[in-house]
Design a protein around this ligand. Structure first.
Ligand code: PMP
Ligand code: GLU
Length: 397
């Protein structure tokens, strides 16, 4: 008997999480694997945020919180959106969920009807396509390779929009490529969207603070799109709080209400203690964000300079997030002993087995021929990983 639904049978497991688990298993078996598969800050959560969580326990924030989040947290988020992004949202238009991941999923489930087209510029984060499938939408992939710095053009966007387009998923700075759209590029895309008022824009701003261009710009800043804009963000990346599971969306009232309704049936409000910690993150000093950003920037410089020297790799210089996304198809067809590289996935497995470095196959991000390295790890690990990758790669003939 097969007890599993079509819905789940048709879903792929998350490749980032699978690869990270594999690398943890190898480490447990005594193999010194450097894990560059999962994308999460290696820093600990700042002290003042942890203190706020401890105080929340003592103050008995231990009952069911409101489904959409404590009012105090939603107010702190509104202040953040005003202060950092120049956006006006009221607390009623904010829904706090179990990470940005849940809010992306809520947004799709709340707005996409079966068969609706959802445009996803690719390479894109592993979960986008799968979330659209869960919502029974039809993913429409718009490809931008390394030769165009992984950024789609207004012409590509225009060509992808049809009368059935319901939504555009947009992520800048991008996971997995690290590319960041400039203000001018965003404006050109916004102008296309202005011509198609039926298209909802889902702006995933989770990496907004991990930006090396000297300032973050989001597609959410265009007032002309405000009535169909859903902004998703959270504390995972900016405040090194991946395990606390706090993300949010800001959206026009009917959409926010629909998301809260969904959440009220399948998860309720997020952990009360984590919510109080997130409130401290938004309301407190922002110095920690800048300190971590600077550390990521010097790691970016390091990994980029080392990757450029690997023969056959084509690399862009990532301007944000903490990923490098080299094009590695020069190694397809090469061999080492009885190991043959037929796909970028084979190359990733080869690097895991021969170099003991865990990466993620570009195929998981809808970009076969590439691989993703997360450099949210120490400079020492980056140097050692790149040395091992280079050595193992040069053995391929
Ligand atoms: N969006 C993107 C592009 C991501 O890389 C991630 C990965 N963590 C998320 C959303 C989800 O973040 P979280 O659920 O930890 O807030
Ligand atoms: N977003 C991170 C990554 O891409 C975390 C893992 C996940 O949720 O996929 O590695």
């Amino acid at each position: 008997m097969n007890f599993i639904s079509e819905r789940v049978n048709n879903l792929s497991a998350s490749a980032t999480i699978a690869m990270s688990q594999k690398s943890a298993e190898l480490r447990a078996a005594g193999i010194d694997v450097i894990n560059m598969s999962i994308g999460e800050p290696d820093f600990n959560t700042p002290e003042h945020i942890k203190e706020a969580a401890k105080a929340a326990i003592d103050a008995n924030f231990t009952h069911y919180p409101p489904v959409a989040g404590y009012l105090s947290l939603r107010k702190a988020i509104c202040d953040k959106l005003k202060r950092e992004n120049g956006l006006d949202y009221s607390p009623e238009e904010i829904v706090v969920g179990n990470g940005a991941k849940q809010e992306l999923c809520n947004a799709l489930l709340a707005t996409v009807n079966p068969g609706d087209e959802v445009i996803i510029p690719v390479p894109a984060w592993v979960s986008y396509v799968e979330m659209v499938k869960l919502a029974e939408g039809k993913p429409v992939l718009v490809y931008a390779g390394v030769e165009q710095d992984f950024k789609i053009t207004p012409q590509q966007l225009e060509a992808a929009i049809t009368p059935d387009t319901r939504l555009l998923m947009f992520n800048s700075p991008s996971n997995p490529t690290g590319s960041v759209y400039t203000g001018k590029e965003l404006k050109a895309l916004a102008e296309v969207l202005e011509r198609h008022p039926q298209v909802i824009v889902l702006a995933d701003d989770i990496y907004e603070h991990i930006n090396y261009t000297g300032g973050a710009e989001s597609i959410s800043r265009f007032a002309s799109l405000r009535d169909r804009m859903i902004v998703v963000n959270g504390v995972s990346k900016a405040y090194a709080m991946t395990g606390w599971r706090i993300g949010y969306l800001a959206a026009p009232l009917p959409i926010a209400k629909a998301c809260a309704k969904l959440q009220g049936q399948y998860t309720s409000g997020v952990s009360s203690i984590a919510q109080k910690a997130a409130e401290a993150a938004y309301a407190g000093s922002q110095d920690c964000v800048e300190d971590m950003r600077k550390a990521f920037e010097s790691r970016r410089d390091l990994i980029y300079s080392l990757a450029k020297d690997i023969p056959g790799w084509i690399v862009n210089r990532p301007e944000g997030a903490f990923y490098l996304f080299p094009e590695v198809s020069a190694y397809i067809g090469k061999k080492y002993g009885d190991k043959e590289i037929r796909t970028s996935g084979d190359y990733v497995m080869y690097l895991l087995e021969e170099a003991h470095v865990a990466a993620v196959d570009g195929d998981a991000f809808c970009a076969p021929g590439y691989l993703r390295l997360s450099y949210a790890t120490s400079e020492e690990n980056i140097e050692e990983a790149m040395r091992r990758i280079r050595e193992a790669t040069l053995r391929l003939v």
